[in-house]
Design a binder for this molecule. Sequence first.
Ligand SMILES: C[S@@+](CC[C@H](N)C(=O)[O-])C[C@H]1O[C@@H](n2cnc3c(N)ncnc32)[C@H](O)[C@@H]1O
Length: 323
Amino acid sequence: MHSESASPETEPNEPILADLIDDEDGESISGDMSTVSITSSILAYRKRYGRTYENSQSTEYWAPNDAQQNYGLDLTHVGLFFTLGEKLFLAPVEEPKRVLDIGTGTGIWAIDFGDEHPEAEVTGTDLSPIQPAVVPPNVKFVIDDCLLDWTWPEDHFDFIHIRAMYGSVPDWVDLYSKAYTHLAPGGWIQDLEMDVKLQSDHVKLTPDHVFNVWADAFYRAGQKMGRSFDICKGHTMRDNLKAAGFVDIVEKKIKAPMHLWPSDQKLKRAGELFLEALEQSVEGYANLLLMDLLGWYREEVEVLLGLFRKEMRDKSKCAWVET
Ligand SMILES: C[S@@+](CC[C@H](N)C(=O)[O-])C[C@H]1O[C@@H](n2cnc3c(N)ncnc32)[C@H](O)[C@@H]1O
């Protein structure tokens, strides 16, 4: 009936074939109800470290919402499209009438889905009003905090899509339970979460390698916020969906490559897009979490970012992240 999209037998153990021959380098929300309209306070973004952040009064989100970060989100969207074999989703959804994209970001997935399914009415929600004004007629965006009580009718949606909400959700079973309540019987949910750790099948990365130092810092930050960054690890997502009442759960573990190292042309393209997305996003990822939350000095963060950028740009690392 309901599903999450990868299964224990599809752990991401299969290495991606590498191609290292060429040299390319490369309004305020009141009460505890969701779905409110935009007021000036939501548009008055918080400014920090030369970047802007959303200004919801109910939930603070850890990454910036400015043009640079949003460009990274759009690049990641296209990278995931290629990683999923030029698909927007893997759940076996057929002729959906009502679709909800929670934490839609720039709304790029909702817009692409709306174009692909003109028969569907697609709603994207987010804390930040960062979605374009001109969208397909069957797509709309609403400022909505998914952690509050949902105001959508029950048994309403045919498909609920969640992507990259890691570090934003204190209780995943609660979020999935809300989705279960508001999905029509026979509806589907798909959640695609990404790890923050870059790994490699081709190069040994020691525990003190910057990819591991980076990931450990984010895992610590997630623990401190009570909003985990390692939600896609193990079978946590599958278990949470099951606890929320979902059945027919399919768990898929997929490697998203970083850089142009894969020999498969679609994955090579994905890797190129993920690398550029990370170029745009790393600083924004680090600011609030490492400095404000973990108390690092700016200089320490700059050093980490420098090392991280150097290594992520090294194609020979053949790096990938688990999704
Ligand atoms: C990493 S971005 C992913 C955006 C989009 N899902 C995608 O894959 O392109 C996470 C998004 O979740 C939004 N978000 C975080 N907490 C939220 C909440 N409680 N309710 C609604 N949106 C939230 C953020 O504002 C941000 O746009």
